[in-house]
Design a protein around this ligand. Structure first.
Ligand SMILES: [Zn+2]
Length: 204
C-alpha cells in the first residue's frame, strides 16, 4: 500500500504531532515546507543559498521555489513507500504548482475557531529554553520556568494574531481542500492526541 498523504488543518489542530506519529506508524517520512527549506539550506547548495537570502530578511519562498524543493525531496529514496506532507499546498497557487505527484489521501483535521483560540490563546513560551506551556496548566506570563527563564506570550499567540491566521487558513486552504474532492477525509480534531490519531488510522 502506497501512502502519499497530505495533512491539513488549522493552527492548533495538532497536525505536526499527528504527522510525526503517523510517520513512525507507517514507516514513511513526514515533512513540511519549513523543514524542507531548512534542510536545503543546511546542504550548502546554490539553491539553499538562494533560499537563505530570501528568508533571512523575512520574505516568503515563492510558490515555484517551494514546488521545486518538494520535487527534489520526492526524488529521494526514502519516499519509495510514500510520505506525509504537512501543511502543503496551503493555497491555490501552490496547488497549481504541485503538478509532479498525486496524493493518495488528503486528511483534514477539523477544529472550530473557538477550540483553536482556546488551545493557542493560552500558550506561553519560555524565553530561556523555548519550551511551550499552557495557562490552563496554571502558568502565568512572568512566572519562571524550571530553567530559570520567564514565561511569556509570543506576539503570534495573541487572540488577534491567531484569528488572523485562522482567517487566512479558511480563505486560502479551504479552496485547496475542495480541489481534492473524493480524496479528502475529515477528522474531528477535538480530543486527546491519541483519540485524534485513532480517528486518522480509521480513515486510512
Ligand atoms: Zn525554560
Amino acid at each position: 500500500m502506497m501512502y502519499k498523504i497530505l495533512l491539513m488543518g488549522p493552527q492548533g489542530s495538532g497536525k505536526g504531532t499527528q504527522a510525526e506519529k503517523l510517520s513512525v506508524h507507517l514507516g514513511i517520512p513526514a515533512f513540511g515546507m519549513g523543514q524542507l527549506i531548512r534542510d536545503e539550506i543546511a546542504t550548502g547548495s546554490d539553491f539553499g543559498k538562494k533560499l537563505y537570502d530570501i528568508i533571512l530578511p523575512g520574505n516568503l519562498v515563492s510558490d515555484e521555489d517551494a514546488a521545486h524543493l518538494l520535487q527534489l525531496r520526492l526524488q529521494k529514496p526514502d519516499v519509495e513507500r510514500g510520505y506525509i506532507l504537512d501543511g502543503y499546498p496551503r493555497n491555490l497557487a501552490q496547488h497549481a504548482a504541485f503538478t509532479f505527484d498525486t496524493p493518495t489521501h488528503v486528511l483534514v483535521i477539523d477544529l472550530s475557531r473557538e477550540e483553536s483560540l482556546k488551545r493557542l490563546g493560552g500558550r506561553l513560551t519560555c524565553r530561556g529554553c523555548g519550551k511551550v506551556g499552557a495557562m490552563s496548566d496554571g502558568l502565568k506570563p512572568g512566572d519562571h520556568c524550571p530553567c530559570g527563564g520567564e514565561w511569556y506570550q509570543r506576539a503570534d499567540d495573541t487572540p488577534v494574531a491567531i484569528e488572523r491566521r485562522l482567517e487566512i487558513y479558511e480563505k486560502d486552504t479551504a479552496p485547496v481542500i475542495t480541489k481534492y474532492g473524493s480524496l479528502v477525509r475529515h477528522i474531528d480534531g477535538v480530543g486527546s492526541v491519541e483519540e485524534v490519531f485513532e480517528r486518522i488510522l480509521k480513515v486510512l
